[in-house]
Write a protein that binds this ligand. Structure first.
Ligand SMILES: C[C@@](CO)(OP(=O)(O)O)[C@H](O)COP(=O)(O)OP(=O)(O)OC[C@H]1O[C@@H](n2ccc(N)nc2=O)[C@H](O)[C@@H]1O
Ligand SMILES: Nc1ncnc2c1ncn2[C@@H]1O[C@H](COP(=O)(O)OP(=O)(O)O)[C@@H](O)[C@H]1O
Length: 271
């Protein structure tokens, strides 16, 4: 969502995401993994103030980020793909915890991409191509809302947005690296989910809570809990009365799903 705030600056909202379903189907020749996922944006968000300027890149942030962070990578890759020469000034107000599986870095990249796409009139299909060069979860965030995601994350099928749910989040501050978690998978772990992702989406729309509980799955949850058994005990007191509770992405955040607005963060629709 872009809101022009005058003096050439714009304020961007960068939502977090949950994986309502995430399974790995196999390993690809390019070293990435084939995934199938049901992705959903929620109201927890970062805010970015952006301004096109002379020629350099400037980032101010309330959290420490690596020099090759996803915002700078997006600026670099966008310029390489479009030939546009410009500078970018970004002020980031981060609320999405880093390394949490909530996709904060990828969401920031997509927010910048959508903005640059508007400024330089770049078609969505070109933005999707640039997004997949920045990171595997970035293409989804160009849509937001509810989507079926395949490939390594670059095949996004927009679905009817799921509404009327909210979540509480549980995050112990453990930084879970996406790369490390994929590396921890073995072939026996591939394709072990119920695999009924369209049925799960319908269960959400029809508010069939038993079916939601039965068909929800994240391949990384067992791997993560084996690495961090202490989290299991802490989890016991989390999510009382929820429909389902599960880890999101490659971790380490967990979500507890509630109907309507009983949880702190609500599902939000796509752009
Ligand atoms: C976001 C980063 C950098 O800041 O840090 P970490 O998430 O690793 O902490 C990533 O390394 C920047 O690597 P990049 O490859 O661009 O990011 P992603 O697409 O999100 O994937 C991270 C890593 O997860 C693995 N991966 C990801 C998606 C997928 N479908 N299969 C995979 O095997 C790959 O090893 C990949 O390198
Ligand atoms: N804009 C960004 N926001 C958050 N993390 C970023 C960003 N750019 C690079 N990173 C790096 O990527 C790592 C994982 O990114 P993040 O998206 O927060 O995790 P996850 O993909 O698990 O949700 C972070 O630990 C951080 O070092």
């Amino acid at each position: 969502m872009v809101e022009n705030i005058g003096n050439g600056s714009a304020e961007l909202v960068s939502y977090a995401k949950l994986n309502l379903y995430l399974d790995v189907l196999g390993k690809r020749s390019d070293g990435y993994h084939e995934i199938v996922g049901l992705f959903q944006t929620i109201s927890l968000h970062d805010t970015l103030i952006v301004e096109i300027c002379d020629r350099d890149f400037h980032l101010e942030s309330n959290v420490a980020l690596p020099p090759d962070n996803t915002i700078k990578r997006t600026w670099d890759i966008f310029r390489k793909n479009t030939g546009e020469e410009f500078g970018l000034k970004v002020t980031l107000k981060k609320k999405i915890p880093l390394g949490s599986g909530l996709g904060g870095g990828s969401s920031n990249a997509a927010a910048i991409l959508r903005y640059l796409g508007e400024v330089f009139k770049i078609p969505l299909e070109d933005l999707l191509n640039i997004a997949s060069q920045v990171g595997s979860d970035v293409p989804f965030f160009l849509y937001g809302g509810t989507a079926l995601v395949r490939g390594r994350g670059e095949i996004v099928e927009k679905l009817e947005d799921i509404e009327g749910y909210s979540v509480d989040l549980f995050f112990l501050g453990i930084h879970s690296s996406t790369k490390e978690m994929y590396r921890s998978l073995t072939p026996e772990m591939y394709r072990k989910g119920p695999g009924k992702v369209e049925e799960l989406h319908r269960a959400y729309l029809e508010r069939d809570y038993e079916k939601i509980k039965e068909l929800s799955y994240n391949v990384f949850e067992k791997v993560f809990l084996e690495k961090h058994p202490e989290v299991m005990n802490e989890l016991r007191n989390f999510g009382d009365g929820s429909i389902v509770k599960m880890m999101t992405g490659s971790g380490s955040a967990f979500f507890a799903l509630y109907p309507l607005d009983k949880g702190n963060y609500s599902f939000v629709g796509g752009v």
